[in-house]
Design a binder for this molecule. Structure first.
Ligand SMILES: Cc1cc2nc3c(=O)[nH]c(=O)nc-3n(C[C@H](O)[C@H](O)[C@H](O)COP(=O)(O)O)c2cc1C
Length: 315
């Protein structure tokens, strides 16, 4: 029995994961099969597992899975496996890193008539991302628990109220920069925050649909320029989708090549240390390696309007 089940697992997994023949799973799994991710708690059925495999294989076309061992004990079994693949296509919003990753996992399965009816998997896609050096803000971005009752009964605040909340927050404006094959790229970002002074850590939050995002994601360093009250046109340029935003901009390089915009109020270059996935956005946590501060007064931003910090009245 053990030998039969073991060889069935090895051949079905090779067919499904390594060759994309996901229908092969139907011979090994019961029709009402359920697979639960141990980390996420998410349950999927056979069809959803087949879709997941297709998605993973699209991003890692050379996937190779080895069944390291199968231990059967009555109606239960444990399957230990290792997967290797090269990340050549986008996966969960992560641009290709071309990194070759290896990840291990184990499945605890319940058998019915020699087929898998239920399995708990210690690996899921976010763990694969972790092995790529990318972290996933799983708990933070999942919807609230179903039994949380607020006014809308959805467990989430009304998006309009959230927009109103954000409009009440006053910030400066930065331009976050990098290079893409030697060409300077950048976008306007007000989601900047200092994280700590010792060590000098900062963070920026960038939408994954930004055309700057793939280059930013692949970079080891980035530039953050705090715009001055003289740089209103610079904001417009970097908030646009213009092909060459640096065409009319004077800039110089940081020690690691990040574009630093001349006449900014301040500019820094930082090494990207962590990338946290948050569905639509990625939070870059960076360690500052170089900083420049000028006398130019910063621009102030609130609710879609820009202000001159020289004309503020002190409370
Ligand atoms: C004041 C201001 C603040 C912005 N803040 C952010 C931000 O924090 N994160 C972000 O992803 N986009 C932000 N944007 C929007 C981007 O700058 C905008 O989508 C830009 O067109 C992206 O350019 P790209 O696609 O060429 O990278 C902001 C825009 C403005 C005007």
């Amino acid at each position: 029995m053990q030998q039969t089940f073991e060889s069935a697992v090895a051949s079905v997994w090779a067919a499904a994961w390594d060759r994309g023949e996901v229908e092969a799973l139907e011979s090994l799994l019961t029709p009402d099969y359920v697979r639960v991710g141990k980390g996420s708690g998410k349950a999927v059925n056979l069809a959803q597992l087949q879709d997941e495999i297709r998605t993973v294989r699209e991003a890692f076309p050379d996937l190779t899975t080895t069944v390291d061992s199968v231990v059967v004990d009555g109606d239960h079994a444990a399957i230990f496996w290792t997967t290797t693949g090269t990340h050549t296509r986008p996966f969960m919003g992560v641009p290709p890193t071309n990194r070759r990753v290896q990840t291990r996992g184990s499945n605890f399965v319940t058998l019915q008539g020699g087929r898998i009816a239920h399995e708990t998997v210690t690996w899921d896609s976010s763990e694969l991302l972790n092995s790529l050096g990318i972290r996933h803000l799983g708990d933070a971005v999942e919807a609230g628990a179903a039994d949380v009752v607020v006014d809308s009964l959805s467990g989430e605040p009304d998006p309009e109220i959230m927009k109103g909340f954000n409009r009440q927050f006053v910030t400066g404006v930065t331009v976050v920069t990098t290079k893409d094959g030697g060409i300077p790229k950048g976008l306007a970002v007000n989601a900047y925050s200092s994280v700590s002074l010792e060590p000098p850590l900062v963070m920026v939050c960038v939408q994954k649909t930004s055309s700057t995002y793939p280059a930013l994601f692949a970079s080891t360093h980035l530039g953050i320029n705090i715009l001055s009250n003289q740089q209103k046109e610079t904001v417009a340029t970097f908030a646009s989708k213009a092909a060459d935003k640096f065409a009319e901009i004077a800039w110089h390089e940081g020690p690691n090549g990040s574009p630093l915009i001349d006449n900014s109020s301040a500019a820094l270059e930082a090494e990207i240390r962590e990338r946290f996935q948050a569905k639509t956005h990625t939070i870059f946590i960076c360690r500052v390696r170089h900083a420049e501060v000028s006398e130019a007064s910063p621009m102030v931003y609130q609710a879609g309007r820009f202000y001159d910090s020289e004309n503020l009245s002190q409370l």
